[in-house]
Write a protein that binds this ligand. Structure first.
Ligand SMILES: C[S@@+](CC[C@H](N)C(=O)[O-])C[C@H]1O[C@@H](n2cnc3c(N)ncnc32)[C@H](O)[C@@H]1O
Length: 516
């Protein structure tokens, strides 16, 4: 990993040179084309050895640091920020008017600004302004004066998953983060409620994000409409209970490596001046599906962060809020006798058990049970070997995450484990490669914007767990089990599978005072 303090221009340039060489040689030796912005070039970096992946991280870190140093301190906080704002402005325009899909994707083909503008009922001059902004970061290009064609990046905007990602950032995240301060001023700093976040201002809803998406298109929204500071809801939904539904991402098992040809059908809503919940929900679902198909968030990591095969024969594993059970498949494959109980909200369970939408391979189905269960209610499966919580707790601030955990603890046996799969944040800056750090910090702020939640470091996880066990642990051990020792809920082990941004946190009853 590049020394986090390194700022010598020559040393950074040397790192760039040596890592660039390593990557180039690897690609050539493996019959891979060189890296290029060209639309006909590869859209994704090929799978590579860990050494090459590390070289790539170092190259990105060194190049970025060189860029910042060469720009100078003033530009980092002035022009760079200015660029970011207008990159997003242009991306939002591109997404809103579905421009990428209107630019020909055939190799070597292009379209004039005039024709493109006519086709989309836009102003040609403004269209050119917007696209030229993005051309400075290799998104679209002008192969000849007045003509627009794709680069590898702009072409990816038509990809079902990358397009959904970019659209979610440009059309929802960007305007929603602009409401962050307003949310803090309106509802107070450090508010834990998932429906008092910046996104609530932008979506103009009292519903937490996932419940809002679950409304399934019943709610017409007008982005940026003001709402008052009381519990005003702009919809007829009866869904105001404590359950906070997540979006329906029941196709998260898609594992096909995306290719640039996986284009999405242009959404009718993107050409309209307003958005509907349905389109947002569908897009979020696509985004989640895409994320699960990327190497860093792949379901395959589940098998490598905990020794599932070590569980006693016939053990029960409960996948809490496991959606349609996709994440439990690697568990069932890693332990040939484990019985899997997947819990989620009733609508999701209905899809999970429907043979036409089931994602569980037929040979594993006899070991799977699906059960409707609200994770704020007492866990009905008692004494399971493992209670698995993947990508759940990071969506909630401590009081809500604690409520979810405290619903599990009374049902645990002394030897039961909770396995949490989420990010474990570095406790300080500079401990992980710069590009990884950027990703993790951005994700952390995203959670604040979405639901007033956060990503946690190991200390924060342990603190949350300790509090979640308070007053409940004694009940698990009964009168005899404590053997004179005081126990608490705590971290037993953390494993981060290579290439994964998420870790598996093994949680159990540890002696008071034990540290991970
Ligand atoms: C981000 S998804 C995670 C799904 C799965 N664990 C995974 O890793 O892909 C969150 C899941 O929580 C479920 N969910 C939301 N609120 C819930 C609640 N109150 N009780 C149970 N499940 C809930 C959603 O339906 C969704 O399947």
């Amino acid at each position: 990993m590049l020394d986090p303090k390194e700022e010598d221009l020559e040393k950074l340039a040397e790192t760039c040179l040596s890592t660039a060489r390593q990557i180039k040689e690897y690609l050539a030796a493996n019959n891979q084309p060189p890296l290029t912005f060209d639309a006909d070039g590869p859209a994704f970096f090929p799978s590579a050895t860990p050494e090459v992946q590390h070289a790539r991280l170092d190259l990105r870190a060194a190049a970025m640091r060189l860029y910042h140093l060469a720009s100078g301190p003033d530009e980092v906080v002035s022009w760079h920020v200015y660029h970011c704002a207008h990159d997003l402005n242009a991306f939002r325009y591109v997404q809103h008017y579905n421009i990428a899909s209107a630019v020909p994707t055939t190799s070597g083909a292009s379209i004039s600004y005039g024709d493109l503008a006519r086709q989309l009922s836009l102003d040609a001059s403004q269209l050119r302004q917007m696209l030229r902004q993005l051309m400075t970061i290799h998104v679209f290009q002008e192969p000849s004066p007045g003509q627009v064609s794709h680069t590898a990046s702009s072409r990816l905007l038509t990809h079902w998953g990358v397009g959904a990602f970019n659209s979610f950032v440009a059309e929802d995240t960007f305007p929603a983060v602009a409401r962050q301060i307003e949310a803090l001023e309106r509802w107070g700093h450090g508010r834990p409620e998932p429906n008092r976040a910046a996104l609530n201002l932008f979506y103009d809803t009292d519903l937490p994000m996932y419940e809002y998406y679950e409304c399934d298109g019943q709610v017409e929204t007008e982005p940026n409409k003001e709402i008052d500071s009381t519990n005003k809801s702009n919809n007829n939904s009866t869904s105001t209970s404590t359950s906070m539904n997540k979006p329906d991402n029941d196709d998260t098992t898609t594992t096909n490596k995306p290719t640039p040809s996986d284009t999405i059908t242009p959404s009718t809503t993107t050409t309209s001046s307003s958005s509907t919940t349905t389109s947002r929900r569908e897009r979020f679902s696509r985004l989640m599906t895409y994320m699960a198909s990327t190497p860093i968030m792949s379901n395959a990591h589940i098998a490598h962060g905990f020794d599932w095969s070590s569980l006693p024969p016939g053990s029960t594993v409960v996948d809490i809020a496991g959606n349609v059970g996709h994440s439990a498949i690697p568990i069932a494959q890693a332990n040939a006798t484990a019985k899997i109980v997947v819990q989620d909200l009733p609508k999701i369970v209905a899809r999970a058990v429907d043979p036409s939408t089931s994602v569980i391979p037929p040979e594993l189905r006899p070991r799977f049970t699906f059960m409707p269960h609200d994770f704020y209610s007492l866990q009905p499966v008692r004494g399971a070997a493992v209670y698995f919580l993947r990508m759940i707790l990071h969506d909630y601030s401590d009081p809500y995450a604690m409520k979810i955990l405290r619903a599990v603890v009374p049902s645990m046996a002394p030897e039961s484990r909770i396995v949490i799969m989420d990010q474990v944040m570095p406790p300080a800056v500079g401990l992980v490669p710069d590009p990884v750090e950027r990703m993790m910090r951005t994700q952390d702020l995203q959670m604040m914007m979405l639901t007033n939640a956060k990503e946690r470091d190991a200390g924060e996880w342990d603190d949350l767990l300790r509090k979640a066990g308070d007053g409940l642990v004694e009940g698990v051990f009964g009168h005899s089990g404590l053997q004179g020792k005081r126990k608490r809920l705590g971290i037993m082990n953390i494993q981060t599978p290579p290439g994964s941004t998420m870790s598996l946190i093994e949680v159990g009853f540890v002696d008071e005072g034990d540290e991970e």
